[in-house]
Every structure is written in C-alpha cells, then in structure tokens.
Write a protein that binds this ligand. Structure first.
Ligand code: DQA
Length: 152
C-alpha cells in the first residue's frame, strides 16, 4: 500500500524560500522524512510536487482511483497558495472521494488575512497547520492510524 504526498506551487524552493517562515529543510529532506515514517507502517510514498494546478488535480484523481482499488490510503497535501484560490482543487478532492490531510508548514492564521481562508479545509479529513515540515510526517501517521495500521 502507499500514500501520496503532494506539494503545490513554490514548494520546490523549500529550504531557500523565506526560511524564517518555512525553515531550512529542503523538499528532498521532507521526502526522506516521509519515506522513513511511512516505512514504519509498511507503506510506500508517492512523493510529488508541481507548480501547475492541473497537474495537482490529475494527481488527486489518480489517488482517488488508487484508494478505490485498495492500493492507497490517500493524500498528504500541501496545496501552497492554491489553498486560498482553488475551487478546482476543492472540487477534485470532493469528486475523487479521496481522504486528504491538508498540511501547511507555517501557521497561516498568524499571517496575512488572505491566507486565513482555505478552499481545501472543508473537503479535508484533517488539517495540520504551523508545525513545520513535521506536519507531513504527522499527516502520514494520521492516514495510517485512520486505517488502523499498527507500526511494524
Ligand atoms: C503554505 C502556506 C501558503 O499560504 C503559502 O502560499 C505556501 C505554503 C505552507 O506550507 O505554510 O506556499 O501552504
């Protein structure tokens, strides 16, 4: 079984992008952390990043099919700025009927007002905000526990 970890726009710049906000870990570091946590539940990670809304929608649809086929537990998703703009991603999650844990590295509620609203939250199974890159790891644990998987 697997979990998809999906990253939206600008997260390829993690580590150098506003480190005061997002920390010094790179996306490659996050991938290593995710794989190591997933392995403790015997899970594989399909780790992705795209700067393009349509690619993220396609990935959500794919995960929905994999969940329906019993191959995947769902998606740990940091939609980046599309969080605050994308009705299309909201609809994709709803339409694909896929469990999504929404992750934000920074505490979006302590930042600009335009980051306070999320189109993703109403269709998310759970939300992890402001816990740094640890949020991804906790998201994997959340999906694993949801499915009653014991640690190996
Ligand atoms: C973010 C928060 C968003 O507001 C921002 O646009 C991002 C990253 C986070 O992880 O804290 O790109 O999703």
């Amino acid at each position: 079984k697997k979990i998809m970890v999906l990253n939206g726009p600008n997260l390829n710049l993690l580590g150098t992008r506003e480190p005061a906000q997002y920390g010094y870990e790179t996306l490659a570091d996050v991938e290593v952390m995710c794989r190591s946590m997933a392995a403790q539940y015997g899970l594989e990670v399909d780790f992705r990043q795209s700067n393009h809304e349509g690619d993220l929608i396609d990935a959500i649809h794919q995960s929905g099919k994999e969940v329906a086929a019993g191959e995947s537990l769902g998606v740990v998703f940091n939609p980046g700025a599309y969080t605050h703009t994308s009705i299309a991603l909201h609809d994709a999650i709803k339409g694909a009927d896929v469990p999504v844990i929404e992750v934000h590295i920074s505490n979006v509620h302590a930042r600009e007002a335009f980051r306070h609203h999320s189109y993703i939250s109403p269709v998310a199974s759970g939300i992890l905000v402001g816990l740094g890159v640890q949020g991804y790891v906790l998201g994997i644990q959340a999906l694993a526990h949801k499915r009653g998987l014991a640690k190996l």
